[in-house]
Design a protein around this ligand. Structure first.
Ligand code: UD1
Ligand code: CA
Length: 424
């Protein structure tokens, strides 16, 4: 086990280049804010009570954190005086904390729990006091450079703007993520200095300080430097989305899922899919979902999250599914919307079936229950709350507002008339 870990996530910056009214860290990838991806990675290594340093539009970020990460807290940094100053805002929260503090930026959604776990293991096996995550980049422009000593410890981190020519040529960069033995190194934050070209209180100065105080500093090199990718602009946001998607599609394919056209498929990393399921092109899957084995999804299917789909299910073209449970051997083959619904097994949902789950006056969402073996004719509206019994049969074109019992026919269609010779 990891022992006690808390993370400090830096999210006070303005994110000017996003050109947005919204705080940068609340911009989303797969419906989930950047900061939330970072917090999830921390939570997945057992760091649950995290501290998010907020500033620019901090109340908005705080509202989000309170709602989605209730064990974490926000601390405010009123003026953004630098990364070292930002971490010092967490001092009170960490006063009696005697474990590992992981510091990371809030705008690096591609960081994985696996890498954070490796960082912690590396840190512990070396008995380190500070470990910085580093990466080797062909183009290190803009990043702080890692300067190592003859024993391969980190001697200092020098910001690009403060580099001499030799330092500038170094390709190992500071990713901006660190693991600290908090009780040992917290003294650094009582003595911050800003004598550098940007007059900022640099967190990176902690390395020099640690060496002066005989603490052990290590650098852990990321296996995949993509994980360090930070978001500063909309173009980078799209790039991160692409990387996150490709990474997950590759993992799914390695686990036995067929993805017919990966370049036309988007699947959120929080979606698990069983072997021998085929995902047809132009399918978009957002949020947390579980899809079983031997399913056929798409082309042009849209899952919006909180969906569980058992084995041998077909979700066909132009079907939208949200917050629904679909049991095995069920077909929802064409042009349907199924939301807030429990669908039994062996159900057939005809083309153009809609669950009317939302009342726009009361703003309430209601459940639909479709039991095993039910068969729903095309162009049916199921007005929730409503339940169809086992093997219930709904005639095409019906608007179903009342429950239909097992084995019954439900039909609201008006009888067909024929007016002979009308055309003449
Ligand atoms: C920082 C590192 C640099 C590293 C780079 C990686 C320092 C001094 N430099 O530089 O070595 O290569 O990250 O991306 O740490 N923030 C606050 N409050 C502040 C300042 C920053 O919360 O007062 C937050 C920002 O919102 C951002 C993060 O800290 O999430 C990093 O700040 P930023 O100004 O982008 O750091 P860099 O100059 O890029
Ligand atoms: Ca800066």
């Amino acid at each position: 086990m990891n022992g006690s870990i808390k993370s400090v996530i830096l999210a006070a910056g303005k994110g000017t280049r996003m050109k947005s009214e919204k705080p940068k860290v609340l911009h989303e990838i797969f419906n989930k804010p950047l900061v939330s991806w970072v917090i999830s990675a921390c939570e997945n290594i057992g760091s649950n009570e995290n501290i998010v340093v907020v500033g620019h539009k901090g109340e908005e970020v705080q509202d989000f954190i309170n709602k989605k990460h209730p064990k974490s807290v926000c601390v405010f940094q009123k003026e953004q005086l630098g990364t070292g100053h930002a971490v010092s805002m967490a001092k009170d929260e960490l006063k009696n904390f005697d474990g590992l503090a992981i510091i990371l930026n809030g705008d690096i959604p591609l960081i994985t729990a696996k890498s954070l776990q490796k960082l912690v293991e590396f840190h512990q096996s070396n008995n380190a006091d500070i470990t910085a995550i580093t990466a080797i980049l062909d183009d290190p422009k803009g990043y702080g450079r890692i300067i190592r000593d003859e024993n391969n410890h980190i001697k200092e981190i020098v910001e690009q703007k403060d580099c001499n020519a030799t330092q500038d040529a170094v390709k190992e960069i500071n990713v901006g993520m660190y693991c600290l033995n908090w009780q040992k190194v917290k003294g650094f934050f009582d003595d911050l200095k800003n004598d550098n070209s940007q007059n900022e209180y640099y967190l990176t100065d902690i390395i020099k300080w640690a060496n002066e105080n005989s603490y052990k500093t290590y650098g852990y090199i990321l296996e995949d430097s993509n994980e360090a990718f930070g978001i500063n602009s909309r173009v980078q946001l799209a790039e991160a989305f692409k990387i996150m998607n490709e990474r997950h599609l590759n993992k799914l394919m390695e686990n036995g899922v067929t993805i017919v056209s990966p370049e036309n498929t988007q699947i959120s990393p929080e979606t698990e899919i069983g072997a021998d399921t085929i995902i047809f092109p132009n399918t978009f899957i957002n949020g947390k979902n579980t899809i079983g084995k031997n399913c056929k999804i798409g082309p042009f299917a849209h899952l919006r999250g909180d969906c569980t789909i058992e084995d041998f299910v077909k979700i066909g073209n132009f079907v939208e599914l949200k917050k629904s449970y679909v049991k095995s051997h069920t077909n929802i083959s064409h042009l349907s919307y199924v939301g807030d619904t429990k669908v039994g097994s062996g159900v057939n949902i005809g083309a153009g079936t809609i669950t009317a789950n939302y009342n726009s006056i009361t703003k309430e969402k209601k459940q639909t229950i479709i039991n095993d073996g039910a068969s729903i004719g095309s162009n049916t509206v199921l007005v929730a709350p409503v339940e169809l019994g086992e093997k219930a049969f709904i005639a095409a074109g019906s608007v179903i507002t009342k429950d239909v019992g097992a084995n019954s026919l439900g039909l609201t269609r008006s009888p067909q008339k024929e007016i002979k010779n009308y055309v003449k």
